[in-house]
Design a protein around this ligand. Structure first.
Ligand code: SF4
Length: 496
């Protein structure tokens, strides 16, 4: 779900939605695949599975009478017959993808729930859990649609990693394999997660939760129109479709503002106040939505676009000319390091600065991204106010690095840097003794005030020295200065 307002309508207001043919067929097929495992292995055949469909359809109508409406205008039953035939085809296709006679699921339709240390409660229903004799766990999810193109696969995988996270938190076991079975196209997509994947998902969920909390507090749930609006049951309540701002079921007066292209509210306000145009680059659409919700609550920031990978980011930078690019690192097709290199390099298409978002404070790719030209980095689960502040700092041309993190990061990944035995670069000889001293302290992560105290000079003097260092070495900011000092061997990792 990528529309914050739709999230509110569904999850907070709990507005009823009409059942759809596709979703109802999905529920039916899932029920059939689950029930088939009641039979002995040898009887788990395609004909038997198909024979379960009428009975499961009856049960579904009993438990959810609203689905009957789907075929209320189908007196001769033709549409229903076609719909059931398609359900049969999907069930039959499953047998070309998996062999249920060789499977003994440990769990089916498993409800899982856990609470993270932050208090965030996660819950979900896993279609199937297989456990090998060795104890390895496989999580399986059936999809009745088609497999997405590889560049859009992350959405479905994120759901699987979410389940894996819950299982890991509950059972202390990282599932060996995540398996998506697409009955619509006959594809099986697998992914073998590692612990770092699950930790990343947990951090992403915290960002999302932050965004949801902020929207709940402010009542600011933005509509986010996409081509999926055609299927949205709540157009009658949506300002994008002419409705007046709604009041949530929770009783708050919810401020529902139009997007930048809208006819009132925010679109106009942004045009007069916006100073900073932000592009969001992350392969996870949900996370982009979370960031958008946080940033759009600020009058001086506007999210002008989104991209799901580095290549899209380059196109968007060219087309939208953002001031700041909020860049994820690990993405399909082109990662954030290469995209940063191209966005900030000599062939750059605009003035955009790059702020890298990482899930780990000691991520080796962050060093690469800084070398590539990023103006700083921030942890993805940094509080919303830090994120906003970081964007303002970077947009103003400053580097965004917490000094302590700079030092730890560069020390930790010193093995990736030159040994220090290389000849000192010529450019270093252009610095005065004092400037070299200042550069060393910058590289160790000291702020201007700390350097001033250390050298018994004023902060203004330090700023002047830093400016000279950057000019003489042809560096953009103190981030690059820190990397330069390590790479040139001027500062040795771990040295004080
Ligand atoms: S119609 Fe579109 S923009 Fe409006 S709530 Fe539904 S999904 Fe969101």
């Amino acid at each position: 779900m990528q529309c914050p307002l739709l999230y509110r309508f569904r999850v907070i207001d709990k507005l009823p939605e009409k059942p759809s043919e596709a979703a109802t067929r999905g529920t039916l097929v899932h029920a059939v695949l689950e029930r088939l495992f009641d039979a002995p292995a040898a009887d788990r055949t395609a004909p038997r599975a198909k024979s379960l469909i009428p009975g499961q359809w009856d049960r579904l109508r009993e438990s959810r009478p609203e689905v009957v409406e789907l075929f209320a205008d189908d007196p001769d039953g033709e549409r229903l017959a076609r719909w059931l035939a398609e359900a049969e085809r999907l069930v039959e296709r499953w047998f070309s993808l998996e062999d249920p006679s060789r499977l003994e699921p440990a769990e089916r339709e498993l409800f899982v729930e856990t609470e993270l240390e932050s208090g965030l409660r996660l819950r979900g229903i896993i279609d199937r859990v297989d456990v090998a004799p060795t104890g390895e766990v496989r999580i399986v999810d059936y999809k009745t649609g088609k497999a997405p193109r590889p560049e859009y696969a992350e959405g479905a995988l994120f759901q699987m990693k979410f389940y894996a996270l819950v299982v890991w938190r509950l059972k202390k076991v990282v599932p060996r394999r995540l398996q998506l079975v697409y009955l619509g196209s006959g594809d099986v997509v697998t992914y073998d997660p590692v612990l770092a994947d699950l930790e990343r998902v947990e951090r992403k969920l915290l960002v999302l939760w932050d965004a949801i909390r902020l929207a709940t507090e402010t009542g600011d749930w933005r509509p986010r129109p996409t081509k999926l609006c055609g299927w949205c049951d709540h157009r009658a309540h949506c300002p994008e479709f002419g409705a007046l701002p709604a009041v949530s079921a929770a009783g708050e007066g919810a401020r529902v503002r139009r997007g930048p292209g809208g006819q009132n509210g925010r679109g106009l306000a942004k045009e007069t106040h916006v100073a900073i145009r932000v592009l969001l680059v992350d392969d996870q659409p949900l996370l982009r939505t979370g960031f958008r919700m946080i940033l759009e609550a600020e009058q001086d920031l506007a999210v002008v676009g989104e991209a799901g990978d580095g290549l899209q980011a380059l196109d968007q930078v060219r087309a939208l000319q953002p001031d700041v690019v909020l860049m994820d690192i690990r993405m399909p097709r082109m990662d954030g390091v290469e995209a940063t290199r191209q966005i900030t390099g000599p062939e750059r298409d605009g003035p955009a600065k790059v702020l890298v978002l990482t899930t780990f404070d000691l991520d080796e790719y962050v060093v690469e991204a800084l070398r590539a030209g990023a103006s700083g980095f921030l942890l993805k689960d940094a509080p919303a106010n830090e994120l906003v502040q970081a964007i303002r700092v970077v947009a103003a041309g400053e580097a965004m690095l917490a000094p302590s993190i700079t030092r730890r990061l560069l020390d930790k990944y010193a093995t990736h840097l030159p040994s220090g035995d290389e000849p000192v670069p010529d450019t270093l000889h252009t610095l005065t003794e004092r400037e070299v001293e200042v550069l060393k302290l910058v590289a160790r992560g000291l702020s201007n005030a700390e350097i001033a105290a250390d050298l018994f000079v004023s902060e203004t003097t330090v700023k002047t020295h830093v400016g000279h260092v950057l000019n003489k070495l042809g560096l953009r900011d103190r981030v690059q200065a820190a990397v330069y000092a390590y790479e040139s061997g001027l500062v040795r990792p771990g040295a004080q």
